[in-house]
Design a protein around this ligand. Sequence first.
Ligand code: TYC
Length: 103
Amino acid sequence: VPPPVVPARPRTGTAAKVERPRLYKVILLNDDFTPRDFVVRVLKAEFRMSEDQAHRVMMTAHRRGVCVVAVFTRDVAETKAGRATDLARAKGYPLMFTTEPEE
Ligand code: TYC
């Protein structure tokens, strides 16, 4: 007689859990040297903002010291912050974008 078919014990702890990736803020830092127009240009180019949005974000950083630009997955946030900072560096400006995880 064939051996009985014993069903495999369902595995635990390996169920396909789907979690949202943690999101990262891109933060614009104020400085005393970068021209306002240049900050607006970088925000429009790298973050696809309208003139209006870019101007508001620039002025918020100018007045308060920092402004959250947008949130992305970690990879995208770091790439965009790096590219935006590099655009400024190429023109000799100290403008800085950083990233930080959302709570
Ligand atoms: N503070 C700069 C100036 O007065 C303009 C500026 C705004 C720079 C926002 C950086 O994130 C910034 N020329």
